[in-house]
Design a protein around this ligand. Structure first.
Ligand SMILES: [Zn+2]
Length: 252
């Protein structure tokens, strides 16, 4: 088999994953003449979770396409919003060890966001993503390259507020604020005022009328001291979702 030379151009949204010499449109790449486009693109830096349509000379091709000499390949960024892998089933997520704040904020919105602390390692995370059909969220490209993953998405921002916006824009998931335990991801159920006596400070038990408890860990919730800050996060998310849904409908 003869090595062949092709030209490859990436969507500017993928440039942050590439070395500077790969960013130029039509950068030349040598390949072995037998590897598929999918296998060729990934080592250049962009995780396949972030790659969208592939074209050769303007014509769409699959990731299994084997390029031949002189081809001009265009690589798009993944198209947003990304529909859940199973239509009609709300997406479930799994977050790596660095995304604990994002996990708590997603749970606040009622999103199913699994998060393991202490870290269970990349292999176990990938296996959990596959077994529980969870979309792996991470800033670790190595983790997102794992073949076992059910699905994955790179988190671009370092800041939890923007990370949350990213997830909402990308997946447009149905929200159900105040229905999930921010500590363990369990679902909340209403708890009677009498039932929480002894589990919350007695002043709190007298002052508040509405309580909820986690069906998994038993933690008791009420709209207490942090409510304003959390409410601001929820209100922002609901506004952001409205915009994301309008954009998604316009694009459909
Ligand atoms: Zn819980």
């Amino acid at each position: 088999m003869e090595p062949v030379e092709i030209q490859i151009g990436f969507d500017p949204r993928l440039h942050l994953f590439l070395g500077s010499t790969r960013r130029a449109a039509g950068a030349k790449v040598r390949c072995d003449g037998v590897s598929s486009l999918g296998h060729l693109i990934e080592p250049l830096g962009a995780p396949l979770t972030e790659v969208g349509a592939l074209r050769v000379g303007g014509r769409p091709v699959a990731a299994a396409h084997v390029p031949s000499a002189g081809e001009r390949i265009e690589v798009d960024a993944v198209r947003l919003p990304q529909r859940p892998p199973h239509a009609g089933v709300p997406p479930r997520f799994l977050l790596d060890i660095h995304l604990g704040t994002l996990a708590r904020r997603m749970r606040l919105l009622g999103l199913d966001a699994a998060y393991e602390n202490p870290d269970i390692g990349d292999g176990a995370l990938a296996a959990k993503s596959a077994a529980e059909q969870r979309i792996m969220l991470s800033r670790d490209r190595g983790l997102l390259r794992r073949r076992e993953l059910f699905a994955g998405a790179f988190v671009y921002s370092h800041r939890p507020a923007q990370q949350l916006d990213e997830v909402l824009t990308r997946f447009v998931p149905p929200l159900a604020p105040w229905t999930r335990c921010t500590a363990c991801n369990g679902e909340l159920r209403q708890a009677a005022k009498e039932a929480v006596r002894g589990r919350v400070p007695s002043g709190t038990q007298r002052t508040y009328e509405t309580f909820a408890e986690c069906s998994a860990c038993g933690h008791t919730y009420w709209r207490g001291a942090h409510a304003e800050r959390l409410d601001a996060i929820v209100q922002h998310a609901l506004r952001h979702m409205k915009d994301a849904e309008s954009a998604a409908n316009a694009a459909a």
